[in-house]
Design a protein around this ligand. Structure first.
Ligand SMILES: Nc1ncnc2c1ncn2[C@@H]1O[C@H](COP(=O)(O)OP(=O)(O)OP(=O)(O)O)[C@@H](O)[C@H]1O
Ligand SMILES: [Mg+2]
Length: 305
Protein backbone atom coordinates (compact mmCIF):
# COMPACT_ATOMS: atom_id res chain seq x y z
CA UNK A 1 0.00 0.00 0.00
CA UNK A 2 1.38 3.38 -0.88
CA UNK A 3 1.48 6.13 1.72
CA UNK A 4 2.80 8.77 -0.66
CA UNK A 5 1.78 9.04 -4.25
CA UNK A 6 3.49 11.43 -6.64
CA UNK A 7 1.80 11.72 -10.00
CA UNK A 8 3.00 13.56 -13.05
CA UNK A 9 4.96 16.07 -10.98
CA UNK A 10 7.29 18.50 -12.70
CA UNK A 11 9.05 21.63 -11.53
CA UNK A 12 10.29 24.58 -13.52
CA UNK A 13 11.75 27.26 -11.26
CA UNK A 14 11.05 30.95 -11.86
CA UNK A 15 14.51 31.17 -13.43
CA UNK A 16 13.13 28.95 -16.21
CA UNK A 17 15.23 26.01 -15.09
CA UNK A 18 13.43 22.66 -15.15
CA UNK A 19 14.61 20.81 -12.07
CA UNK A 20 12.11 17.95 -12.37
CA UNK A 21 10.74 16.56 -15.62
CA UNK A 22 7.84 14.18 -15.02
CA UNK A 23 7.99 12.30 -11.76
CA UNK A 24 5.75 9.38 -10.85
CA UNK A 25 6.62 7.71 -7.61
CA UNK A 26 4.84 5.68 -4.95
CA UNK A 27 6.27 5.22 -1.49
CA UNK A 28 5.07 2.15 0.37
CA UNK A 29 3.93 2.30 3.94
CA UNK A 30 6.66 1.21 6.32
CA UNK A 31 9.54 1.06 3.87
CA UNK A 32 12.90 2.76 3.84
CA UNK A 33 13.25 4.34 0.43
CA UNK A 34 16.64 5.68 -0.55
CA UNK A 35 16.78 8.31 -3.24
CA UNK A 36 20.17 8.44 -4.87
CA UNK A 37 21.38 10.99 -7.33
CA UNK A 38 24.25 13.33 -8.08
CA UNK A 39 24.35 16.99 -6.99
CA UNK A 40 21.61 18.96 -8.66
CA UNK A 41 19.60 15.89 -9.69
CA UNK A 42 16.43 17.23 -8.07
CA UNK A 43 16.27 15.30 -4.79
CA UNK A 44 15.72 18.28 -2.50
CA UNK A 45 13.27 19.79 -4.97
CA UNK A 46 11.21 16.60 -4.98
CA UNK A 47 11.21 16.41 -1.18
CA UNK A 48 10.24 20.08 -1.02
CA UNK A 49 7.27 19.43 -3.28
CA UNK A 50 6.07 16.40 -1.34
CA UNK A 51 6.35 18.34 1.93
CA UNK A 52 4.50 21.29 0.43
CA UNK A 53 7.42 23.74 0.68
CA UNK A 54 7.87 24.05 -3.07
CA UNK A 55 4.98 24.39 -5.52
CA UNK A 56 4.95 21.83 -8.28
CA UNK A 57 4.53 23.21 -11.79
CA UNK A 58 2.38 20.24 -12.78
CA UNK A 59 1.05 17.13 -11.09
CA UNK A 60 -0.32 16.07 -7.74
CA UNK A 61 0.95 14.58 -4.52
CA UNK A 62 -1.08 12.72 -1.92
CA UNK A 63 0.22 11.90 1.53
CA UNK A 64 -1.84 9.32 3.40
CA UNK A 65 -4.59 10.03 0.91
CA UNK A 66 -4.54 13.80 1.54
CA UNK A 67 -3.83 16.06 -1.42
CA UNK A 68 -0.82 18.05 -0.28
CA UNK A 69 -2.14 21.32 -1.72
CA UNK A 70 -5.90 21.16 -1.11
CA UNK A 71 -5.49 19.41 2.20
CA UNK A 72 -2.09 20.79 3.13
CA UNK A 73 -2.35 20.69 6.92
CA UNK A 74 -3.46 17.07 7.08
CA UNK A 75 -0.77 16.02 4.61
CA UNK A 76 1.98 18.01 6.32
CA UNK A 77 1.04 16.74 9.78
CA UNK A 78 1.95 13.23 8.66
CA UNK A 79 5.48 14.28 7.76
CA UNK A 80 8.62 14.89 9.75
CA UNK A 81 11.27 16.62 7.69
CA UNK A 82 14.97 16.84 8.39
CA UNK A 83 16.16 19.34 5.80
CA UNK A 84 19.52 19.20 4.08
CA UNK A 85 20.61 22.55 5.46
CA UNK A 86 20.96 22.73 9.21
CA UNK A 87 19.05 25.59 10.68
CA UNK A 88 18.46 25.29 14.35
CA UNK A 89 17.68 27.98 16.84
CA UNK A 90 21.15 28.54 18.24
CA UNK A 91 20.02 29.80 21.63
CA UNK A 92 17.33 27.22 22.27
CA UNK A 93 17.89 23.83 23.86
CA UNK A 94 17.15 20.48 22.21
CA UNK A 95 14.30 20.02 24.65
CA UNK A 96 12.57 23.31 23.95
CA UNK A 97 13.12 23.17 20.21
CA UNK A 98 11.53 19.70 20.02
CA UNK A 99 8.68 20.59 22.37
CA UNK A 100 7.98 23.78 20.42
CA UNK A 101 7.95 21.98 17.09
CA UNK A 102 5.36 19.54 18.46
CA UNK A 103 3.20 22.50 19.43
CA UNK A 104 3.43 23.91 15.90
CA UNK A 105 1.58 20.85 14.67
CA UNK A 106 -1.15 21.45 17.18
CA UNK A 107 -0.32 18.35 19.18
CA UNK A 108 -0.93 18.27 22.91
CA UNK A 109 2.17 18.40 25.08
CA UNK A 110 3.76 15.02 25.65
CA UNK A 111 6.97 15.26 27.68
CA UNK A 112 7.29 11.48 27.76
CA UNK A 113 7.47 11.39 23.96
CA UNK A 114 10.01 14.21 23.75
CA UNK A 115 12.08 12.44 26.38
CA UNK A 116 11.98 9.20 24.43
CA UNK A 117 13.01 10.91 21.19
CA UNK A 118 15.91 12.73 22.85
CA UNK A 119 17.05 9.53 24.54
CA UNK A 120 16.81 7.53 21.31
CA UNK A 121 19.01 10.10 19.64
CA UNK A 122 21.50 10.16 22.53
CA UNK A 123 20.72 13.80 23.22
CA UNK A 124 19.33 13.37 26.69
CA UNK A 125 22.50 14.63 28.41
CA UNK A 126 22.39 17.73 26.24
CA UNK A 127 18.67 18.38 26.52
CA UNK A 128 19.14 21.70 28.30
CA UNK A 129 22.30 22.91 26.54
CA UNK A 130 22.08 25.75 24.07
CA UNK A 131 22.18 24.25 20.58
CA UNK A 132 25.03 26.56 19.58
CA UNK A 133 27.24 24.70 22.06
CA UNK A 134 26.63 21.30 20.42
CA UNK A 135 28.80 19.60 17.82
CA UNK A 136 27.72 19.36 14.17
CA UNK A 137 26.62 15.75 14.55
CA UNK A 138 24.61 16.59 17.66
CA UNK A 139 22.93 19.49 15.84
CA UNK A 140 21.95 17.09 13.09
CA UNK A 141 20.39 14.80 15.67
CA UNK A 142 18.54 17.76 17.15
CA UNK A 143 17.02 18.29 13.70
CA UNK A 144 15.84 14.68 13.73
CA UNK A 145 14.42 15.07 17.23
CA UNK A 146 12.57 18.16 16.07
CA UNK A 147 11.20 16.31 13.04
CA UNK A 148 9.97 13.44 15.21
CA UNK A 149 8.46 15.57 17.96
CA UNK A 150 4.94 15.45 16.51
CA UNK A 151 5.05 11.67 16.02
CA UNK A 152 4.78 11.70 12.23
CA UNK A 153 4.31 8.36 10.48
CA UNK A 154 6.58 9.55 7.66
CA UNK A 155 10.11 10.86 8.02
CA UNK A 156 12.15 12.57 5.30
CA UNK A 157 15.87 12.72 5.80
CA UNK A 158 17.62 14.88 3.23
CA UNK A 159 21.22 13.72 3.44
CA UNK A 160 21.12 12.86 7.11
CA UNK A 161 24.72 11.81 7.36
CA UNK A 162 26.53 14.38 5.22
CA UNK A 163 29.60 15.43 7.15
CA UNK A 164 28.94 12.96 9.94
CA UNK A 165 31.75 10.68 11.13
CA UNK A 166 31.65 6.94 10.55
CA UNK A 167 30.68 6.01 14.08
CA UNK A 168 27.90 8.53 14.29
CA UNK A 169 26.69 7.54 10.84
CA UNK A 170 26.32 3.97 12.04
CA UNK A 171 24.46 5.10 15.13
CA UNK A 172 22.10 7.14 12.96
CA UNK A 173 21.46 4.10 10.81
CA UNK A 174 20.52 2.33 14.01
CA UNK A 175 18.10 5.13 14.88
CA UNK A 176 16.52 4.94 11.44
CA UNK A 177 16.19 1.16 11.64
CA UNK A 178 14.48 1.42 15.00
CA UNK A 179 12.04 3.94 13.58
CA UNK A 180 11.21 1.58 10.77
CA UNK A 181 10.61 -1.17 13.31
CA UNK A 182 7.88 0.91 14.91
CA UNK A 183 6.30 1.46 11.52
CA UNK A 184 7.65 4.84 10.41
CA UNK A 185 8.03 5.19 6.65
CA UNK A 186 11.41 6.69 5.83
CA UNK A 187 12.59 8.44 2.72
CA UNK A 188 16.21 9.41 2.70
CA UNK A 189 18.51 10.95 0.18
CA UNK A 190 22.15 10.21 0.24
CA UNK A 191 25.37 10.40 -1.67
CA UNK A 192 26.73 7.46 0.25
CA UNK A 193 25.89 4.38 -1.74
CA UNK A 194 26.89 2.33 1.27
CA UNK A 195 24.06 3.97 3.16
CA UNK A 196 21.49 2.88 0.59
CA UNK A 197 23.01 -0.57 0.40
CA UNK A 198 22.92 -0.87 4.17
CA UNK A 199 19.50 0.57 4.89
CA UNK A 200 17.11 0.72 2.01
CA UNK A 201 14.28 -1.62 1.14
CA UNK A 202 13.96 0.12 -2.19
CA UNK A 203 16.25 2.40 -4.11
CA UNK A 204 15.34 5.14 -6.53
CA UNK A 205 17.90 6.80 -8.73
CA UNK A 206 17.24 10.31 -9.96
CA UNK A 207 19.37 12.04 -12.55
CA UNK A 208 18.82 15.41 -14.22
CA UNK A 209 15.27 15.67 -12.94
CA UNK A 210 14.21 12.21 -14.02
CA UNK A 211 13.74 9.05 -12.04
CA UNK A 212 15.79 6.58 -13.98
CA UNK A 213 15.23 3.58 -11.75
CA UNK A 214 13.10 2.37 -8.86
CA UNK A 215 13.76 -1.13 -7.63
CA UNK A 216 13.84 -3.37 -4.60
CA UNK A 217 17.38 -3.16 -3.37
CA UNK A 218 17.84 -6.91 -3.19
CA UNK A 219 16.40 -7.37 -6.66
CA UNK A 220 18.49 -4.56 -8.01
CA UNK A 221 21.64 -6.12 -6.70
CA UNK A 222 20.63 -9.42 -8.27
CA UNK A 223 19.35 -8.02 -11.52
CA UNK A 224 22.24 -5.79 -12.29
CA UNK A 225 24.71 -7.65 -10.13
CA UNK A 226 27.36 -8.80 -12.50
CA UNK A 227 30.42 -10.66 -11.59
CA UNK A 228 33.91 -10.21 -12.85
CA UNK A 229 36.40 -12.97 -13.22
CA UNK A 230 39.99 -11.75 -13.05
CA UNK A 231 42.79 -13.91 -14.30
CA UNK A 232 46.29 -12.99 -13.25
CA UNK A 233 48.49 -14.03 -16.13
CA UNK A 234 51.80 -15.75 -15.89
CA UNK A 235 53.16 -13.83 -18.86
CA UNK A 236 52.33 -10.35 -19.97
CA UNK A 237 50.12 -10.15 -23.06
CA UNK A 238 50.67 -7.27 -25.45
CA UNK A 239 47.33 -7.81 -27.20
CA UNK A 240 44.40 -10.15 -26.86
CA UNK A 241 44.95 -13.28 -28.95
CA UNK A 242 42.44 -13.22 -31.85
CA UNK A 243 41.28 -16.70 -30.83
CA UNK A 244 39.78 -15.14 -27.70
CA UNK A 245 38.03 -12.26 -29.46
CA UNK A 246 34.59 -13.82 -29.05
CA UNK A 247 34.79 -13.70 -25.25
CA UNK A 248 34.56 -9.94 -24.67
CA UNK A 249 37.66 -9.93 -22.55
CA UNK A 250 39.42 -6.91 -21.27
CA UNK A 251 43.17 -6.73 -20.90
CA UNK A 252 44.23 -4.83 -17.80
CA UNK A 253 47.13 -4.14 -15.44
CA UNK A 254 49.57 -3.65 -18.32
CA UNK A 255 48.72 -6.95 -19.90
CA UNK A 256 49.10 -8.96 -16.71
CA UNK A 257 45.38 -9.37 -16.12
CA UNK A 258 42.42 -10.56 -18.11
CA UNK A 259 38.98 -9.46 -16.96
CA UNK A 260 35.87 -11.35 -17.94
CA UNK A 261 32.46 -9.95 -17.01
CA UNK A 262 29.51 -12.30 -16.78
CA UNK A 263 26.01 -12.56 -15.48
CA UNK A 264 25.64 -14.99 -12.60
CA UNK A 265 22.05 -15.73 -13.51
CA UNK A 266 22.64 -16.14 -17.19
CA UNK A 267 21.82 -19.57 -18.60
CA UNK A 268 25.51 -20.03 -19.14
CA UNK A 269 28.29 -17.91 -17.80
CA UNK A 270 30.68 -18.77 -20.61
CA UNK A 271 33.40 -19.58 -18.13
CA UNK A 272 33.97 -23.15 -19.24
CA UNK A 273 34.35 -22.14 -22.88
CA UNK A 274 36.62 -19.29 -21.90
CA UNK A 275 38.92 -21.50 -19.88
CA UNK A 276 39.08 -24.05 -22.71
CA UNK A 277 39.94 -21.38 -25.25
CA UNK A 278 42.54 -19.87 -22.94
CA UNK A 279 44.20 -23.25 -22.66
CA UNK A 280 44.11 -23.78 -26.41
CA UNK A 281 45.59 -20.32 -27.00
CA UNK A 282 48.39 -21.10 -24.55
CA UNK A 283 47.44 -18.35 -22.13
CA UNK A 284 48.43 -19.41 -18.63
CA UNK A 285 47.42 -17.84 -15.40
CA UNK A 286 48.67 -18.26 -11.87
CA UNK A 287 45.70 -16.95 -9.95
CA UNK A 288 42.11 -15.96 -10.43
CA UNK A 289 39.40 -14.32 -8.41
CA UNK A 290 35.85 -13.17 -8.87
CA UNK A 291 34.18 -9.99 -7.64
CA UNK A 292 30.54 -9.01 -7.53
CA UNK A 293 29.72 -5.49 -8.66
CA UNK A 294 28.26 -3.24 -6.00
CA UNK A 295 25.37 -0.83 -5.96
CA UNK A 296 27.98 1.83 -6.52
CA UNK A 297 28.96 0.41 -9.89
CA UNK A 298 25.29 0.17 -10.81
CA UNK A 299 24.70 3.76 -9.78
CA UNK A 300 27.69 5.12 -11.63
CA UNK A 301 26.72 3.29 -14.81
CA UNK A 302 23.12 4.57 -14.61
CA UNK A 303 24.12 8.17 -14.03
CA UNK A 304 26.73 8.21 -16.77
CA UNK A 305 24.64 6.57 -19.43
N1 LIG B 1 15.03 28.13 -5.95
C1 LIG B 1 15.60 27.71 -7.06
N2 LIG B 1 15.61 28.45 -8.18
C2 LIG B 1 16.18 28.01 -9.32
N3 LIG B 1 16.78 26.82 -9.44
C3 LIG B 1 16.81 26.03 -8.38
C4 LIG B 1 16.23 26.42 -7.12
N4 LIG B 1 16.40 25.41 -6.24
C5 LIG B 1 17.07 24.45 -6.90
N5 LIG B 1 17.32 24.81 -8.18
C6 LIG B 1 18.00 24.01 -9.20
O1 LIG B 1 17.30 22.78 -9.37
C7 LIG B 1 18.22 21.71 -9.57
C8 LIG B 1 17.94 20.63 -8.55
O2 LIG B 1 18.31 21.10 -7.24
P1 LIG B 1 18.11 20.21 -5.96
O3 LIG B 1 18.49 21.03 -4.79
O4 LIG B 1 16.75 19.63 -6.00
O5 LIG B 1 19.19 19.06 -6.23
P2 LIG B 1 19.66 17.88 -5.27
O6 LIG B 1 19.46 16.62 -6.03
O7 LIG B 1 19.03 17.99 -3.94
O8 LIG B 1 21.22 18.17 -5.17
P3 LIG B 1 22.24 17.97 -3.93
O9 LIG B 1 22.66 16.53 -3.98
O10 LIG B 1 23.37 18.86 -4.29
O11 LIG B 1 21.56 18.37 -2.68
C9 LIG B 1 19.61 22.32 -9.46
O12 LIG B 1 20.10 22.53 -10.76
C10 LIG B 1 19.39 23.63 -8.75
O13 LIG B 1 20.32 24.59 -9.14
MG1 LIG C 1 19.71 18.31 -2.04
Amino acid sequence: MSIISVKNVSKTYASGFTALKTIDLDIRKGEIFALLGPNGAGKTTLIGIICGLVNATTGTVTVGGHDNVKDYRAARAMIGLVPQELHTDAWESPWSTAAFSRGLFGKAKNPAHIEKVLKDLSLWDKRNSQIITLSGGMKRRVMIAKALAHEPPILFLDEPTAGVDVELRKSMWEVVRRLREVGVTIILTTHYIEEAEEMADRVGVINKGEIVLVEEKAKLMRKLGRKQLKLHLQDRLAVLPPALAAHHLELAADGKELIYTYDTRGERTGITGLLNDLGAAGVRFNDLNTTQSSLEDIFVSLVHQ
